[in-house]
Design a binder for this molecule. Structure first.
Ligand code: ZN
Ligand code: ZN
Length: 379
């Protein structure tokens, strides 16, 4: 039996239950998970905000579902035909698998992988079925085809990246989603030049990783914007040069413009996914600047910029940084090298570690903004 955190309805606390798993089938592996991050996307799936009403109805037929999509663990079983991974390998999970074969993987855009996105949408294995079941035999779906808020899972190797042993598992668990997305937004999606000024709006785990990616890319000034002083303090610790505290009575656009002699920044990252912060990021950008959209926004949030003063005369560019434009196999190795050298900080981003029985406390404290980053210890 495996303990797992199940979503049984939108907006309801997760239900921690014992589930069963079969042996790994052909083309599959079984992973003993040791840690899983709780990502804001888990909160968004729980509340249904990322979905259209039709999708919400569709997903509602996929209850119960094990949430969680950023995890780290050790392979305990390898199914027939799997040659890329072995029992005992340390791995991290990817929310969007990268198959290596589809049209996007073939043109060096594996972050848009057709197969990975299909698996993610269906919350199932590639064949559309699921491996978890309750004790009574009810099928249990797997968020992103994974479901890392569980002690064990069965997954396809395209949703995993092998890592060297010795990496702290709590830190490793964040790499597959928050860290890849944030660092990739700065190192892959944005075109940051030596000496550039950037702003990062939203300093959760993704924002903290953008800040570090921007520092590595050569940005000279990195302005962190957040509602919480604790997140700004952490931002400064990992590389931000200026802090701007946001709030209902504060004009953050004006403050960022003042910090940049009225010009605005070269690159503005939006890492929250709200209308107000998206509009602010656009207004904070200088002529010729880039706006990088990283935050997963509800469906009604629009990105709009004046055609004449923004796009044409302003020569501004907007890019959507889906999954940090990551080539996971390559980028994870690069990141963990930076981590090992002490250039990229992950341990410092984790503000709280809980056991799976306290998973709902973790969700609540993230939702209320009390914590920057919560990891579930599954060891
Ligand atoms: Zn995530
Ligand atoms: Zn692919």
């Amino acid at each position: 039996m495996t303990k797992a955190a199940l979503m049984r309805a939108f907006h309801e606390p997760l239900s921690v239950e014992e589930v069963t798993l079969p042996h790994a089938g052909p083309g599959e592996v079984k992973v003993r998970l040791l840690a899983s991050g709780i990502c804001h996307s888990d909160l968004s799936v729980q509340s249904g905000v990322l979905l259209s009403s039709a999708q919400r109805d569709g997903l509602a037929t996929k209850f119960p579902m094990v949430l969680g999509h950023e995890g780290a663990g050790v392979i305990t079983e390898v199914g027939a035909g799997v040659t890329s991974l072995r029992e005992g390998d340390h791995v991290i999970t990817l929310p969007i698998g990268q198959c290596g074969d589809c049209v996007y993987c073939s043109k060096s855009q594996p972050f848009l992988c057709d197969s990975g996105q299909s698996i993610m949408r269906h919350a199932a294995m590639p064949d559309g079925s699921t491996r978890f079941a309750t004790e009574s035999g009810e099928s249990v779906w797997q968020m992103s085809g994974i479901g890392t808020l569980a002690e064990e899972l069965i997954v396809t190797p395209t949703s995993l990246v092998k890592i060297a042993p010795g990496v702290n598992m709590a830190s490793a668990s964040l790499v597959g989603c928050a860290i890849l997305t944030g660092s990739g937004s700065a190192l892959n999606t944005a075109d940051i030049k030596q000496g550039d000024t950037v702003v990062v709006v939203g300093c959760g785990p993704v924002g903290q990783s953008i800040i570090q990616g921007a520092r590595i890319a050569g940005a000279e000034r990195i302005i962190a914007v957040d509602l919480l002083p604790s997140k700004l303090a952490l931002a400064t610790k990992v590389g931000a040069t200026d802090e701007v505290l946001a709030g209902p009575d504060r004009d953050v656009v004006d403050e960022v413009r003042k910090l940049t002699n009225g010009h605005g920044v070269d690159v503005a990252f939006e890492a929250i996914g709200l209308q107000v912060t998206t509009d602010q990021a656009i207004k904070m950008t200088a002529k010729g600047g880039q706006i990088i959209i990283v935050g997963m926004a509800p469906r009604d949030v629009m990105v709009s910029m004046p055609s004449l003063s923004g796009v044409l005369r302003g020569a501004k560019t907007i890019r959507g940084s889906y999954f940090g434009w990551s080539d996971a196999q390559k980028d994870v190795a690069r990141l963990l090298e930076y981590y090992k050298e002490g250039v990229f900080h992950i341990d410092e981003i984790i503000s709280s570690v809980v056991k799976i029985d306290q998973v709902n406390d973790g969700f609540s404290s993230l939702k209320e903004g009390k914590e920057t980053c919560v990891v579930v210890d599954l060891s």
